[in-house]
Write a protein that binds this ligand. Sequence first.
Ligand SMILES: [Ca+2]
Ligand SMILES: [Ca+2]
Length: 469
Amino acid sequence: MKSTFSILSLFSLILLVLVSFADAQDKPNIVMICVDDLNDWTGFLGGHPEALTPHMDALAKRGRNFANAHCEVPVCSCSRASVMSGVAATTHGSYEIGPRYEELPALRNIPTIQRYFKDNGYLTLEGGKVLHHGFGGRLAGDIDRSLGRMRSPRPRKPMNRPSDWSSAWDWGAYPATDAEMADYQLAKNAAEVLKEDFDKPFFMTVGFFRPHVPLYVPQKWFDLYEADSFTLPMNPKSDLDLPKNFLTINNYAVAPTHAEVVNNGKQRSLTQAYLASISFVDHCVGVVLDSLKSSPHSDNTLIVLWSDHGFHLGEKEHWAKRTLWEESTRVPLLFAGPGIIPGKACAEPASLLDIYPTLSELCGLPANSHLEGVSLVPQLKDPTKARDRPAITSSYFGNHSIRSRDWRLIVYEDGAEELYDHRNDPNEFHNLAGDPTHKAIRDQLVRWLPDKATPEFKVKSERSRGRRK
Ligand SMILES: [Ca+2]
Ligand SMILES: [Ca+2]
């Protein structure tokens, strides 16, 4: 009897493995592309009238453009920890560059999205900047195959930065060719790998470094923009009628202050370098997508493209990230592939936290109880489908932005507030907080403030490079 049971158990086990294998075989592949520090200066988001991003625009056209998508934290490592864990910053407690994913106590038992897919039958491939610090320590096994983490060459001497600026904040036409650029090499590697056949579905993550500073890209990308005539962002003095909280944030960040940029006569050339870097990275996105299109995987691969946070180029006299204004929080977020009907952009709020539950649902993976985002599948089916939940962004402990379809409310740790009506004020020029006419909407939005937040987690060894000492 005993041996009959064993044979039966063994048979069931084999059957189970075969069924799971067959299940996994049917699942779509995923190509996830993340772009570092890309704001809404793309054709499909219209944040800059002259930005040239034909490849990403084509992707937006054949998929769903979440045109009101926002990051969890407007800083690289924290935003990426949220995307890859599906956990909000107010839970993981990382609001500034420093801690690695695997060091955050709240993420100790949380699988990265790559690990979760791997555990559910996927082959995981990854290259470039995905998690800010890479997949190390206990995460080392999350990735089956590396696409490489190359480095672009840097010029021997600074090209454009004033000598007292951080060495990261330099820019210029360098090197001579795309082939020398890390992002282009990564795109080419990914493109080659996509030609292969795999015996199970794959989850490929490709992380591009531009348009993060230093803004070095070959000359031809600068040549796309007329140095003397392209549009600069608006930053009227009258806009600075704001609570003081984040107005002086660059006084202690690595990025230059607006006065440092303007007084050195650098606004135009620095902005041109950002635009040039965007068009270069768009080209790299195109290399990956073109290869996918002509590959055996073209009909069975979901594509998701996102950036980890936005970027100011002088708006509200601010440069770079870390604020809770639209320039800092708004990000590109595109989905395309099987089952996603091309069509209108979605104006409903979306968060980068929603990527993990969305991909899990699209691929039929079991529900994952730690996820704090909400699946975007209803909006992939119907972009007009309303969403209750606004997009919440946190910057440093205790400061939060609540972005609904039409409004943004910011509440700072000291209680100061800003309220903007995006229906007629997309630049967030007119702070309506305190205006009794809008008290009802303010009260409605304030209910979404996190009722508790994990204090900032700091690693013991001071590795934070985010702030000036
Ligand atoms: Ca970033
Ligand atoms: Ca204002």
